[in-house]
Design a binder for this molecule. Structure first.
Ligand code: NDP
Length: 310
């Protein structure tokens, strides 16, 4: 019997994804229908953007799984009408994009590149930045993205620490885990990078206490999620000089309202949630493979644990 696969995201995404998805599904030899409109009771799989209009899964009585188009699942984990397994997106294209973004912004701050871009004023500045080995970079969230970023930063010579919920071993990275070890992971760090999911336990993880564990004049990069930062505490730490600069890709409210202080703050770079994106060609292969696995009775890859929220 044919499997019916509903694509539930906006039209732009449908236009970007329909061909790669068809190609990837054809390669699995599944017998399928793929489209944006089905009778709900006939749908077996939903490829899903949490921002789409579909918020009530209860009419989808023959649904077997939901495959999230994005890595972040905070917009769907608490949806009580969703009773079937949910997979988040792990995509090599998405991971590469994040590694490039994080590396670029880390190097920008490490090398003090802004000083020269904005300092074309005839002053012959002679200070030399330290070497990467003399900079401690702490990555909060040592999952798919955090680990890939950490490995690349380590290769560049940075002194990399990572913090996660469970214990990890990653070559060349000092691994910390659990609530007891967040403080030592941040102590005297020069750069902190947030790559945690947005859950009840991670909200405001960068706050008045943790910001002041960092080295004075530290840099913050947040490509994770807006609620990871206590915004009031960050603004205070920027104003006091504890934090030299924050490069923020994600915010509690997106688009960031024009009146928000981050836009005008000289020590903040606002990026419009563009650190990395799921890439249609590679992510379509992950989705097709996962549907094939489910049809063969195998557990989905990248399954979300709804109890812990990611
Ligand atoms: P993963 O699920 O692979 O990794 C999440 C990491 O966070 C894991 O190491 C996990 O620990 C850790 N973690 C979760 N909860 C806690 C906690 N309470 N205490 C300590 N550590 C915790 O996610 P990804 O790496 O794929 O993605 C990370 C986040 O990046 C996404 O959730 C999303 O919010 C964001 N993102 C942003 C994008 C952008 O363009 N700005 C693009 C893509 C993703 P453990 O390993 O022990 O489970």
């Amino acid at each position: 019997m044919k499997v019916n696969i509903l694509f539930s995201a906006n039209e732009d995404n449908w236009n970007r994804y329909k061909t790669p998805l068809k190609e990837a599904l054809d390669a699995t030899s599944l017998d399928y229908n793929l489209g944006t409109g089905f009778v709900p009771s006939e749908v077996n799989y939903i490829i899903y953007a949490p921002s789409s209009l579909l918020q009530d899964f209860s009419p989808y009585t023959n649904l077997k799984a939901v495959l999230n188009l994005w890595a972040g699942v905070e917009g769907v984990t608490s949806n009580k009408t969703l009773k079937v397994p949910l997979a988040r997106m792990v995509d090599v294209g998405l991971t590469s994009g994040m590694v490039e973004w994080v590396t670029g912004h880390t190097l920008r701050h490490h090398l003090g590149i802004d000083k020269h871009i904005h300092g074309q004023d005839g002053t012959w500045r002679s200070d030399v930045p330290p070497l990467a080995k003399d900079r401690v970079v702490t990555i909060l969230g040592l999952g798919t993205l955090g680990t890939a970023c950490g490995i690349t930063l380590k290769k560049l010579g940075f002194n990399v620490r990572g913090w996660s919920r469970t214990n990890k071993k990653v070559d060349g990275i000092s691994c910390f885990f659990g609530d007891d070890q967040i403080d030592p992971s941040l102590m005297e760090a020069d750069i902190v990078i947030l790559l945690l999911p947005d859950t009840q336990l991670t909200q405001n993880i960068l706050n008045q206490h943790t910001l002041y564990l960092l080295k004075r004049g530290a840099f913050v990069l947040n490509p994770g999620r807006g609620p990871l930062i206590d915004d009031v505490a960050l603004l205070e730490a920027l104003d006091s000089g504890q934090i030299e600069h924050a490069t923020l890709d994600v915010f509690r409210i997106e688009p960031l309202p024009k009146s928000h202080r981050y836009w005008s703050h000289t020590k903040v770079t606002v990026v419009p949630h563009k650190a990395s994106d799921t890439r249609p060609r590679t992510s379509a292969q992950v989705i097709a493979m996962n549907i094939k696995r489910a049809e063969n009775g195998l557990e989905l890859l990248h399954l979300v644990d709804r109890d812990i929220g990611y």
